[in-house]
Ligand binder design. Structure first.
Ligand code: FPP
Length: 241
C-alpha cells in the first residue's frame, strides 16, 4: 500500500470540501493584523492542495470567499482579493505542472475585473488537466446557488422546454454551479466551529463532517491525512442501516 495516508485507495474520499476558518484568530493570537492570517491561509491552501494530490483525492473544493464576506471592512476585502490575485499569478505555473484543473463557483461577476480576468485565464489554461480538480468558491452562497437553479428551472418551464412533472433531484443537481462535480464525500471545517455557513447545502447531504480545532493557517498535510483516516473509519449509511 503506497498511499501516504496509510488508507487503501478505495477508501480515499473522491471529493473533499473545506470551510477554511480561523485566519483572523490565528493572527490575533500572535498580535498580527488579520490580513497576515489570510496570507498564511493562502499558503495553507497550497500545502493542502498538494497533500490532496498526494493522497489521490480527485476533487478539492475550498470556501475562499462567501457572498456574505463582502460585508467585511473594505480593507480586508481588498486584501483578500489581492491575495487571490497573487495566488493566481504565482501558482498558475504550479497548477499546470501538477496537472490540476482550476474551477470556480459562485457569483464570479462580483469579483474585481482584473481578478476575474486572471481567474478566467487560469481556468481556461488548466481546463484539460486531469490529476485533480481544484474548485474555489468565490462570492459563493449555497442559498443563492439553489435560488439561481430554481430560476433557471422556472424559465425552462415557462419556455416549454421542461415539464414540471419531470422535475427530479437530478434536474436540480444539474443546474447547480457544481453540475460537473461529484458530491463531496468529506466536509472539513477548521477552527472548531460547528456550522456549515451556507456552503454547498444541497451537495453535502450525505457528506461525512470532520471539524478540527486547528486554525486554517495551521492546517497542514498531517491534519489532512488525519481527516481522511477519520473519514475512512466511518460507516456511511446514506439513511440505511
Ligand atoms: C476565514 O477566516 C477565512 C476566510 C474568510 C477567507 C479564506 C481565504 C484564504 C484562506 C486566503 C485566500 C484564498 C486563496 C484561495 C488564495 P476568518 O477571517 O473568518 O477567521 P476568524 O473567524 O478567525 O476571524
Amino acid at each position: 500500500m503506497s498511499n501516504p495516508t496509510g488508507i487503501s485507495a478505495d477508501k480515499i474520499p473522491r471529493h473533499i470540501a473545506i470551510i477554511m476558518d480561523g485566519n483572523g484568530r490565528w493572527a490575533r493570537e500572535r498580535g498580527l493584523p488579520r490580513i497576515e492570517g489570510h496570507r498564511r491561509g493562502s499558503e495553507a491552501v497550497r500545502a493542502c492542495a498538494a497533500a490532496c494530490i498526494e493522497a489521490g483525492v480527485s476533487h478539492l473544493t475550498l470556501y475562499a470567499f462567501s457572498k456574505e464576506n463582502w460585508q467585511r471592512p473594505p480593507d480586508e476585502v481588498k486584501a483578500l482579493m489581492n491575495l487571490l490575485d497573487r495566488f493566481l499569478a504565482e501558482r498558475t505555473a504550479e497548477i499546470m505542472e501538477r496537472n490540476v484543473r482550476l474551477r470556480a463557483i459562485g457569483h464570479l461577476d462580483d469579483l474585481p475585473e482584473n481578478t476575474r480576468r486572471r481567474l478566467d485565464t487560469a481556468m481556461e489554461k488548466s481546463a484539460g488537466n486531469t490529476a485533480m480538480t481544484l474548485t474555489l468558491a468565490l462570492s459563493y452562497s449555497a442559498r443563492a446557488e439553489i435560488t439561481d437553479a430554481a430560476r433557471t428551472i422556472a424559465r425552462e418551464v415557462r419556455d416549454g422546454s421542461l415539464d414540471p412533472d419531470a422535475v427530479t433531484e437530478e434536474t436540480i443537481t444539474s443546474r447547480l454551479y457544481t453540475a460537473a462535480l461529484p458530491d463531496p464525500d468529506l466536509l472539513i471545517r477548521t477552527s472548531g466551529e460547528m456550522r456549515v455557513s451556507n456552503f454547498l447545502l444541497w451537495q453535502i447531504s450525505y457528506a461525512e463532517i470532520v471539524v478540527t480545532p486547528k486554525l486554517w493557517p495551521q492546517f497542514g498535510r498531517d491534519d489532512l491525512f488525519a481527516a481522511i483516516r477519520e473519514y475512512a473509519g466511518r460507516h456511511r449509511r446514506y439513511g440505511g442501516i
